[in-house]
Design a protein around this ligand. Sequence first.
Ligand SMILES: Nc1nc2c([nH]c(=O)n2[C@@H]2O[C@H](COP(=O)(O)OP(=O)(O)OP(=O)(O)O)[C@@H](O)[C@H]2O)c(=O)[nH]1
Ligand SMILES: [Mg+2]
Length: 321
Amino acid sequence: MTLVVDAAVAILRRQDGQVLLAQRPEGKPWAGWWEFPGGKIEAGESALAALQRELDEELGIRATMASPWLLREFDYPDRRIRLHFFRVSAWQGEPHGREGQQLAWQSPAQLTVGPMLPANAPILQALLLPEVLAISHIAEMGEAAFFTALSQSVTPSITPSLGQAQPFLLQLREKQATPQQQERWGLQMLELTAGSATRLVVNADVALARRIGAHGVHLPAAQLMQCTQRPVDLLCGASCHSPLELEHAARLGLDYVTLSPVQATRSHPDAVPLGWTTFAHWLADYPLPVYALGGMQPADMQQAQAHHAHGLAMQRAWWRE
Ligand SMILES: Nc1nc2c([nH]c(=O)n2[C@@H]2O[C@H](COP(=O)(O)OP(=O)(O)OP(=O)(O)O)[C@@H](O)[C@H]2O)c(=O)[nH]1
Ligand SMILES: [Mg+2]
């Protein structure tokens, strides 16, 4: 039987977006390789308690804000390792290498230290995903109002509830529009967001995404379930509403999913809301970043992240900001 080891791992993130990496010290397996701080969960210990203990032992800090994020499994030659990742956004004390290890604050987009432990590559990708997925709302707002709102969103200062201005992932989703309209709007979105960190994903239409040079595609649930291989040249996300869909998305190795509806929403009045308890329960061991969707407001961010969400997907509430 394979040896299974559980570890609690911390993504310490500063206001400027940099995350803390540590170099594994001499004498440990994989010495010299870089990792996120953390360590093995002891028998009878919760993942969060292990996280707090390891942060004290390795860095001499105490996390004051930690939310469960992803669970990634990885097979090393001698063991299967289950990494319980937490995002830590506030702590007491100044991190210092208490075990003689080197530390480095790094931008996930551009590491200057390495190599990273092999299990961590998908984590860096996930860290690059913005915390907001904004869904287009042209059908209801009208073209002019929507593009005005979009151009305001890509400039700073429009997201006060999230602290500093943040990039977001933008989804072109206009089910009633003709292909020509969608193409025109998609191009307009790319033009307006060029030069910002905003990335565009196109709902359902992989060919359109490639034709206009969008960054990715977002698969509706039915399309997700038909899909046997993800596109590798595009960012790829999907809509999920059940454990079965979540599992399929994980098997395909998608970049993210949405899980909905968390709460009652005007766009899907008949759907039964999941509520935060079921939401968190379904995501307890989930490996992909998940956006909470359905009746979400920017002010729900903390609540969502406390329940395993990567961030929030919003339509109406985002453009009203
Ligand atoms: N801390 C940490 N461990 C990781 C990462 N990625 C990854 O595969 N691992 C693996 O997860 C396990 C974590 O255990 P660790 O070596 O940190 O254990 P520890 O702090 O309890 O120290 P110990 O070696 O004294 O028991 C190791 O097998 C390590 O290779 C990561 O980013 N951070
Ligand atoms: Mg450790």
